[in-house]
Design a protein around this ligand. Structure first.
Ligand SMILES: Nc1ncnc2c1ncn2[C@@H]1O[C@H](COP(=O)(O)OP(=O)(O)OP(=O)(O)O)[C@@H](O)[C@H]1O
Ligand SMILES: Nc1nc2c(c(=O)[nH]1)N[C@H]1C(S)=C(S)[C@@H](COP(=O)(O)O)O[C@H]1N2
Length: 195
């Protein structure tokens, strides 16, 4: 089985031009380190809000680097230069509408402007590509969901569905730390990996 390879794309005019420091990739990396038991390697790209560059970055990560999962952050809003969802749809083979719908549902628990994100989830070849908003805090919010003070889940984060989706795409078997996000799979898809 191939090793888990994850592509991270931070889309930001100002971070890519050095006007501010990119916090998107470090936030994605820190969350994945905390959440995943399965070892993984990362391919990272910081690019401006240019549709052709976003399409090229995602295609390189999927077609050349062989990433089974690509997470983008930034450029999902309604502003003229927010084109990440447009680029993602342009290179997609199939759309996975549930991811965008669920992220907006989750995000409404954090900010009333959640509906301003046009974020999408798609499949290209055998890779899952997910758009996250640009606010660095939204990375944990959407991937992990909302918990109460005792850590009980109020709304599931979208990452709960990512391992099974990648399994259905014949990718590696991904295990997560349940305290961060419990990966859900139907019983017949579960494997005992302890031996
Ligand atoms: N990569 C990033 N690093 C740090 N902060 C970010 C980053 N991307 C976005 N932000 C913060 O989140 C806000 C909303 O993100 P959005 O993707 O809409 O950026 P923006 O306003 O289009 O600007 P830019 O593309 O120049 O980051 C930004 O105004 C900024 O405060
Ligand atoms: N979880 C979460 N979702 C969020 C936000 C946030 O802070 N947290 N910000 C919203 C705002 S204010 C905007 S404009 C849209 C699009 O943001 P983007 O252009 O940075 O991708 O995402 C929305 N979704």
């Amino acid at each position: 089985m191939d090793k888990l390879r994850i592509g991270l794309v931070s889309v930001s005019d100002r971070a890519s031009n050095g006007i501010y420091q990119d916090k998107g990739i470090p936030a994605l990396e820190a969350w994945l380190e905390r959440a995943l038991i399965t070892p993984f390697v990362l391919d990272k790209k910081l690019i401006p809000d240019e549709q052709s560059l976003i399409e090229q970055a995602i295609c390189e990560l999927v077609d050349e680097s062989g990433c089974q999962l690509v997470l983008t952050t930034g450029g999902t809003g309604p502003a003229r230069r927010d084109v990440t969802p447009d680029a993602t749809l342009a290179i997609a083979d199939r759309e996975m509408p549930g991811f965008g719908e669920q992220m907006r549902q989750i995000s409404l628990h954090f900010v009333p402007t959640a509906i301003l994100s046009r974020q999408v989830g798609v499949i290209r070849k055998q890779s899952l590509i997910l758009n996250l908003p640009g606010q660095p805090k939204s990375i944990q919010e959407t991937l992990e969901g909302l918990k109460d003070a005792d850590g009980n889940v109020i709304v599931s984060g979208i990452f709960a569905s990512v391992p099974y989706c990648i399994q259905l795409l014949d990718g590696p078997y991904i295990e997560t730390h349940e305290v961060v996000v419990a990966a859900f799979r139907p019983k017949n898809a579960r494997r005992d990996t302890k031996n």
